[in-house]
Design a protein around this ligand. Sequence first.
Ligand SMILES: [Zn+2]
Length: 215
Amino acid sequence: MLLAEQRRLLCEYGRRAAETGLVVGTAGNLSARAGDLIAVTPSGISLDRLEPEACPVIDVEGHLVEGDLQPSSETPMHLAVYTTTDARAVVHTHSTFGTVVATTMTELPPIHYNTLLLGGTVRVADYATFGTPELAANVRAALKDRRAALLANHGGVTVGDDLHKAFEATRLLEWLCEVYVRAKSVGEPRVLTEEQLSAVVQRAFSPPRFPRRED
Ligand SMILES: [Zn+2]
C-alpha cells in the first residue's frame, strides 16, 4: 500500500478532529504529502470512521494513483498548497469559531501573541464556491507567509511540515477565533501593536536562562 504511514495518520487525526468537535460529519478534509504523492481523505465519508485503505493517493497533478474512492472535493485547494509551498500536510475544517470569524471579518487580528505561531494576522480568503480552482487560488493568496487562513463564509485551513503540526495549527486557529469572539462579547478586543509583537519575537529568540543553584 502506497503512503501507508500517511494514510494511517489521516485516520488518526481525522478521528481526533471529529472527537474534538473541529469537524461535524463529512465537513472537513486532511492530506499529507510524501515525495510527489499525496494521501487525502475521501469524499463523502465521516472522518471518525475512516480506514487507511479508504484514503486515495493522488499525484501532485491530481491524478488518482491508488484507492477506490474519490478524493475529497476540496482536493484542488490542497494541491494549490502543495504546488506552491513546501508544506507536507494540510488540514481543512468548518470549525465553529473559525467559521464565525470567517463569516463576519476580513482578518483575525493579533489579539494574543500566539498568533505569531501561525505567521501573524490570519487573512480571510475571498469567498468562492467550495472545490473550485477559484477558491484554491484565493486560499493560496491568503496563506502567503502564513500557516493558517480562514475561508469567507466557509471555515479554515492550516498547513504544516507534518499532520501533527497542521492539526495543532488548526486547534490553535480555532482557539484564537474563540478567544476573539468571546472577548468581543465583553468589549472591544485590544489588538497587539507591531512593537509588542516584535518584543515577543525577541523574547522567543533569547529566553531567560535560570542559573543552577550552587549547593
Ligand atoms: Zn470545506
